[in-house]
Structure formats: structure tokens, C-alpha cells
Design a protein around this ligand. Structure first.
Ligand code: FES
Length: 385
């Protein structure tokens, strides 16, 4: 059961879609549905699934319960993994009490902190334990995984101590890179980087609403990109987070960014380019003033989103991933936008438009263009006055 990391990253997405389809009354799932939903080549999907030893039926696909069980088996969510949370701040407390983890076989058995003020107090069902009890709890309860919600300055020390006590799996929420021996597996979550993505979008929108230019937001982009590099060790394992950070900062990944990333991580340009083009999340051209995202999830597909997508392409004379010559519109297709009840849906920047057809969609685009040009004229006139 030695799957490539790329497949392991995809399987939870397949599983979530299968569970969603099951809940909505479907009894089969096919590689073609998965391909349409995630915009992954169907042959790649078939390759991923070939490792599961499932028997699909022509024109129907895989029986949904078997499909779900097989993926759960591979991901190990059918067995219970015991974990501890270290760091009883707000995040640690929330993690300890998140009951949905049980659905994936994750059982949190203890909550630790090193602050004498809170040790011994109770958080819902957990009594906060001192770090001195780590060894006893880990060995007695067979703990495999540590969830680190400690401040950055303590993370390395705590992780090292846990490693000494036999922990090899770390889910790290501290904003710091953990250096541990090679047999330790660390999955880090960078909440600040995720927030900065949203912060960038807010800023961008503010400037747009003020008739400003994108360049004003991006004044010190290069500096911010180099700062982002420095958060990561020079390891090819960090390629995807680095690409994500660069895109968060610039809004897309330029050719020059690919070169810089290749130099920093010591990976061939072609490899960086290959990864950036493989994942739909990465954009290689600058976004337009209006970024149109046409949902191609299952609910929208059933209600005609392909016709909408084709009509938008033709109307704007661009393809997916491209920007119009006047830099006003860019187009992308995305998986479920989470608004299936108003399918088919498009999103323009951060605004949803639902219950669409081709005519309504094109009217929205024309209206946005007219409003934008009108605002621009006013700004120009005011600047000249
Ligand atoms: S499938 Fe389009 S919003 Fe869900």
C-alpha cells in the first residue's frame, strides 16, 4: 500500500465527493464524474483508482459504498489513531473538542500545556496536563500523532521532546518550520499565510473600487516574495507551499517567479513549471480586473454550466486561464463553489451569481464592463479637473 504522495493528496477529495454523492442518493461514482468535478484528466483518475483494486461497471462506475470503504482503508480512517494536543490556547482547545475528527478515525486523548496557570483546569472533557505527563500518556495510550498548537518559539523544543518520546507524526499549527529526523512526518498548516491570501484579495478589491491600479497594491512584491521564500527550508517538499505563497502575493505566478523558485529550491525550472501547470489552483497569467470563475461542479454541470462556459469564452474571445487583451476579464473554471442550491453559478471576484443561463451570464459581463468603463471615465475626469 505504497501510494505516491500525489495520489494520497487526491484521495481525500475523491472521498469527500463520494460521501456527498452518497448523501444525495447516488449509488455509483465514475472516473468521468471525478474528472469533471476536479478537472483532472480521466486517465490520471483511472491510474489513481487502479491501486484500489475496485471493480467498476461500464457506464456506471464504482459502487459507492465500496469506493468509500476502499479509500477509507487506504487513508487509515477506518482505524482509530490516538492523538494529543500540545498547547491549550484557543486553537488547541478548539481542536481538542472538534467532534468531527471522530468520523475520520482521529481520537484526541489528552491536552497539554506548560503554563502553571492553566495546568489542572478543565476544558470540556479534558483536564489540561503538564508536559511532564507526556511520556506516561504517550506510552500508556499508544499515542501516534501530536497536534502542535504552541507558540512558534516553543514549537521546535516541544516537537523534539515528542520525537524523543516516540512520536513520529506531527500536525503542526505553529508558524514555524520544524526540523526533525527523516523518519518524522510533519504536516504544517500556515494559518497566517491563508489569511494573507484573503487580506490581499480585500486590498485588491478596495483599490479596484477606488478606481486605483493593481500596481499600487503590489509595490513591494519582490521583497515580499523573497520574505516568503525564507519561511521555507530549501527542500523540494516545499514546492507547493512556496508556489501558493508566491501566487498569494502576486496574484499569479510569473515566468520570473518560476526561475526564482527553481533557484531557491534547487529544482529544475521545468519541474516547477510542471507542478504549477498540473494543479488548477495555480495561475500563470495576471488576473483581469474581473476574475470570472465558472463553476463546473456536478450540480452546475447538470444545469448547463458547460454552455455558459463556452458562451463566455466566445463572448470574451479567451480560453480558460487567459485574460482579455484590455485586461478587464480573466476566466477560470472551478470545482463546486459551495452554492449548489442556486446552480448554475459563476463567481466574479468575490461575488456569486446564481440561477444563470447563457443570456443572463453574458448580460452580467456586459453590465460589469459598462459600469467599470463609466467609473473609469469619472475617475479620469476628476483627475483632470
Ligand atoms: S456544483 Fe456549482 S456550486 Fe456546487
Amino acid at each position: 500500500m505504497d501510494f505516491s504522495l500525489r495520489i494520497v493528496e487526491r484521495l481525500p477529495r475523491y472521498l469527500q465527493l463520494a460521501c456527498h454523492l452518497k448523501e444525495t442518493g447516488h449509488d455509483h461514482i465514475s472516473s468521468s464524474i471525478l474528472s469533471k468535478h476536479f478537472f483532472i484528466d480521466q486517465n490520471n483518475i483511472k491510474k489513481d483508482l487502479s491501486f484500489l483494486n475496485l471493480n467498476g461497471k461500464p457506464n456506471k462506475g464504482y459502487e459507492i459504498n465500496e469506493f468509500i470503504s476502499a479509500i477509507k482503508m487506504v487513508l487509515g480512517t477506518t482505524t482509530v489513531n490516538r492523538a494529543i494536543v500540545v498547547g491549550a490556547g484557543n486553537l488547541g482547545r478548539a481542536m481538542s473538542n472538534y467532534s468531527n475528527f471522530a468520523n475520520y478515525g482521529l481520537k484526541i486523548v489528552a491536552l497539554f500545556d506548560d503554563s502553571p496557570e492553566i495546568i489542572g483546569s478543565t476544558v470540556d472533557s479534558f483536564k489540561i496536563l503538564p508536559l511532564d505527563n507526556l511520556s506516561e500518556v504517550i506510552s500508556k495510550l499508544g499515542v501516534k500523532l501530536a497536534i502542535l498548537t504552541v507558540p512558534a518559539k516553543s514549537a521546535a523544543g516541544v516537537a523534539g521532546r515528542l520525537y524523543e518520546l516516540g512520536i513520529r507524526y506531527f500536525w503542526n499549527f505553529a508558524p514555524v518550520h520544524l526540523k526533525l529526523p527523516d523518519d518524522a512526518i510533519v504536516k504544517s498548516e500556515n494559518l497566517a499565510a491563508s489569511y494573507m491570501f484573503l487580506s490581499y484579495q480585500i486590498n485588491l478589491n478596495n483599490y479596484r473600487n477606488n478606481g486605483g491600479k493593481i500596481e499600487m497594491v503590489n509595490g513591494d512584491i519582490e521583497k515580499r516574495i523573497y520574505e516568503a521564500f525564507n519561511k521555507y527550508a530549501k527542500s523540494r517538499d516545499n514546492l507547493i507551499p512556496v508556489l501558493q505563497d508566491v501566487q498569494d502575493i502576486r496574484g499569479y505566478i510569473s515566468k520570473d517567479d518560476i526561475r526564482k523558485i527553481s533557484e531557491y529550491l534547487n529544482i529544475a525550472d521545468s519541474k516547477v513549471y510542471g507542478v504549477a501547470t498540473f494543479y488548477n489552483q495555480f495561475k500563470l497569467t495576471p488576473p483581469g480586473h474581473f476574475q470570472i470563475s465558472v463553476c463546473r461542479g456536478t450540480a452546475c454541470h447538470v444545469k448547463g454550466s458547460l454552455n455558459i462556459l463556452n458562451a463566455v469564452k466566445e463572448h470574451l474571445k479567451i480560453n480558460i486561464g487567459q485574460t482579455t487583451r484590455d485586461k478587464m476579464f480573466s476566466l477560470q473554471e472551478v470545482a463546486c463553489l459551495g452554492a449548489c442550491s442556486i446552480a448554475p453559478v459563476i463567481m466574479v471576484n468575490d461575488k456569486f451569481y446564481g440561477h444563470l443561463d447563457v443570456a443572463k451570464t453574458l448580460a452580467i459581463i456586459d453590465r460589469l464592463k459598462a459600469e467599470y468603463l463609466e467609473t473609469k471615465d469619472k475617475v479620469t475626469a476628476a483627475a483632470a479637473a
